[in-house]
Design a protein around this ligand. Structure first.
Ligand code: NAP
Length: 307
């Protein structure tokens, strides 16, 4: 099968297309024919060799996939050949999502939202599960609570805005001005142009901050939280500031989650969660996808089309 692999740690030019052996599904595993593969910052952080994930060997990057079940291993009752599925198998271990086929534990997948194309569905798993696990599972976001989403037009952010809205929250997002109309369309109640306004001067009494930026943004976010507030910062554990009494600050790492994927698919199928796909490139242009993504300006997602 065709796969894009990392030849050695380093820049995007180290992503190369190769013929490799097709994997076989083992006990409880599913072989998926990949139609589209989503691209995430962890893909290029891993490729560059600087991710938290420590592998002895050079990895096969890519986790987000949407495709069709080709075969199932012994013990799988959830899926049959021909089923359309999406997911983020094995994260943070290697999955090799930039390929024509991947093997996944069955419960690392869920039925693809019927309303979405494979390209749209491949934009969801890692980013939407991150937003879901942070806002719903960790922060226990309640209807009427005020949530501030940083980098609200990015991969995680634009889905977090919609998930928070669907949970009945009041949603405030930060983005550059050209992205504000999109954020309002996606359900943001307030938008802040972080380039002209310091967000802590524009917003207060926030219950939950979802921070996709880290660094000083995480520190400054503590100032907008009300007592009982929760700050979830995504880039890394070193980005978590020391929280004063009465508020919680933590880093969470997304994990494969069958039930979370089902919730996300249900939202997508009722039109409450719409992935925005800014760029679709063929698998052979994975290096170009990384170059674009690494600029840090993506609106929504970049997806690789595999068939
Ligand atoms: N812990 C986890 O499990 C987990 C999971 C997923 C992602 N992450 C991490 O979370 C971070 C975000 O991921 P992502 O996929 O959402 O990234 P992304 O899609 O690459 O984010 C790009 C967006 O960031 C915005 N942005 C950049 N600087 C900004 C600022 N100062 N204020 C507001 N917006 C700003 C850009 O908007 P403008 O063009 O308007 O600046 C752009 O739309 C990454 O570091 C990623 O590795 C962690």
């Amino acid at each position: 099968m065709r796969a894009v692999v990392v030849e050695q740690w380093g820049g995007p030019e180290n992503l190369v297309e190769r013929e490799v052996e097709r994997p076989e599904p083992g006990l409880n595993e599913v072989l998926v024919r990949v139609h589209a593969a989503g691209v995430n910052p962890v893909d290029w952080k891993t490729r560059a060799g600087g991710a938290l994930i420590e592998w002895g060997d050079v990895p096969a990057v890519g986790w987000d996939v949407s495709g069709t079940v080709e075969a199932v291993g012994p013990g799988v009752g959830l899926f049959r050949p021909g089923d359309e599925v999406f997911g983020m198998p094995l994260f943070p271990r290697q999955a090799g999502g930039y390929a024509e086929y991947v093997v996944a534990p069955a419960r690392h997948l869920a039925p693809k939202p019927a309303r979405l194309t494979h390209v749209e569905a491949a934009a969801l798993p890692l980013a939407a599960l991150t937003a879901w696990q942070a806002l719903v599972d960790t922060a226990d976001l309640r209807p009427g609570e005020r949530v501030l989403v940083h980098a609200a037009a990015g991969g995680v952010g634009h889905l977090a805005v919609q998930i928070a809205k669907a949970r009945g929250a009041y949603v405030i997002g930060t983005a550059s001005a050209g992205k504000h109309d999109l954020l309002r369309e996606l359900g943001a109640d307030e938008v802040i142009d972080y380039r002209s306004v310091r967000f802590e001067d524009a917003v207060a009494d926030v219950d939950v901050v979802l921070d996709g930026l880290g660094g000083e943004t995480a520190e400054r976010s503590l100032r907008v939280l009300r007592p009982g507030g929760r700050l979830i910062t995504l880039p890394g554990p070193d980005d978590v500031p020391a929280a004063p009494a009465g508020v919680r600050a933590l880093w969470v790492l997304v994990e494969p989650d069958h039930l979370g994927l089902r919730e996300i698919a249900a939202l997508a199928d009722r039109g409450a969660l719409r992935p925005v796909v800014e760029t679709v490139l063929p698998l052979s242009q994975a290096a170009r996808a990384h170059e674009l993504g690494e600029q840090g300006r993506t609106t929504g997602k970049i997806v690789l089309s595999v068939v």
